[in-house]
Design a protein around this ligand. Structure first.
Ligand SMILES: Nc1ncnc2c1ncn2[C@@H]1O[C@H](COP(=O)(O)OP(=O)(O)OP(=O)(O)O)[C@@H](O)[C@H]1O
Ligand SMILES: [Mg+2]
Length: 327
């Protein structure tokens, strides 16, 4: 069972609510949906919610992680095979698409689907036919497809790594889940809900985040998005039940996550240099000015928060702003 079934999708920020609304409308139809968004924003949760709210909810929900499919087995894994279709095919196998008959096939990490299978996938999406390896006649299946990716599919199309026709066929209804850092008030709402949820689950009393801690949470960049926040809340509940947790606690937690590489790919990425030195070199001075500008823009001119984003003191930031004649 999916351990998340107890938690439904929460959020009240306008960007999130409009995606949720669109997803409810599309759930009622059989339309193909493409969910996009960074790691941990809730793509799988949304795919399940669409299935649960659809007329197919009694049917199966079959997730397939396209990034985990090996090139050689991908076709039989998805489309199935007959007995003896290839060396090692000792028994007939139905395949994931057939397993989703009457329900929803969730093509997760669809940007990583091997090119070799994409044409066959397109045919299945266009006429609902599934042809197992070794079988001459394709079978009709009744499957709704929801796909998800954290990659920029149009860029993959440009790089000839993803078929353009498949891209258009998948994104009949594109849904873009916003990253947590763009969901303002939702950080607080989700924090409270996760703390309550895990306190109940672990049978302990609920900790709270003091105001300073909430400020840090609100202005953190959340590279691991909701998954990262959820994990932080669960740790707070387990290690500090019933306590009031301050800014220092949260800061320690966020730093600990980055240095132990615990959370997600995106956090791992934080450890590698974010900027590559261009061949022709770069002006460090200009780079510094641009980064300060970007931080001020992101924090809507709030210098305390901009200084935090740049990991310098407020005084250092003010000094450097003056140096670059930034206001
Ligand atoms: N709106 C939300 N409300 C409550 N919990 C959420 C919400 N969105 C995501 N979560 C939780 O955050 C975690 C990550 O969600 P999910 O696995 O769906 O993300 P994802 O976008 O598929 O991530 P990835 O790209 O890494 O696969 C899950 O535990 C999920 O339950
Ligand atoms: Mg996912």
């Amino acid at each position: 069972m999916n351990p998340d079934t107890q938690i439904e999708m929460m959020g009240s920020s306008p960007t999130f609510v409009s995606v949720l609304r669109a997803s409810r409308l599309v759930a009622a139809t059989g339309a193909t949906v493409l969910i996009q968004g960074e790691s941990g924003v809730g793509k799988e949760l949304l795919a399940r919610a669409i299935h649960d709210a659809s007329p197919r909810s009694k049917g199966p929900f079959v997730p397939v992680n396209c990034a985990a499919l090996s090139e050689s087995l991908v076709e039989s894994e998805l489309f199935g095979h007959t007995k003896g279709a290839f060396t090692g095919a000792l028994n007939e196998r139905a395949g994931r698409i057939a397993a989703a008959h009457g329900g929803t096939l969730f093509l997760d990490e669809v940007g990583d689907m091997p090119l070799s299978i994409q044409a066959k996938m397109l045919r299945f999406l266009e006429n609902g036919e599934c042809q197992p390896l070794g079988q001459e006649q394709p079978r009709k299946v009744n499957v709704r497809v929801v796909a998800a990716t954290n990659r920029d599919l149009s860029a993959l199309v440009l790089a000839n790594r993803f078929r353009q026709d498949l891209f258009y066929r998948l994104q009949v209804v594109p849904l873009m889940l916003p990253p947590l850092r763009e969901r303002g008030q939702d950080v607080e709402l989700l924090t409270r809900a996760f703390l309550a949820f895990f306190s109940t689950r672990h049978g302990v009393s609920c900790p709270v985040f003091a105001r300073g801690a909430q400020e840090v949470l609100r202005h953190y960049s959340w590279p691991g998005n909701i998954r990262e926040l959820r994990n932080l809340c669960e740790r707070a509940v387990i290690f500090h039940p019933g306590q009031s947790l301050d800014e220092t606690f949260v800061q320690g937690q966020l730093n600990a996550q980055i240095s132990s590489g615990q959370v997600s790919m995106s956090n791992a990425e934080l450890l590698t240099p974010a900027l590559a030195l261009p061949n022709g070199g770069i002006s460090l001075d200009t780079l510094e000015r641009d980064m300060i500008r970007a931080a001020l823009e992101r924090t809507q001119g709030n210098r305390t928060h901009a200084a935090r984003l740049l990991d310098v003191s407020r005084d250092t930031l003010l000094y450097r702003m003056k140096k670059h004649a930034l206001r």
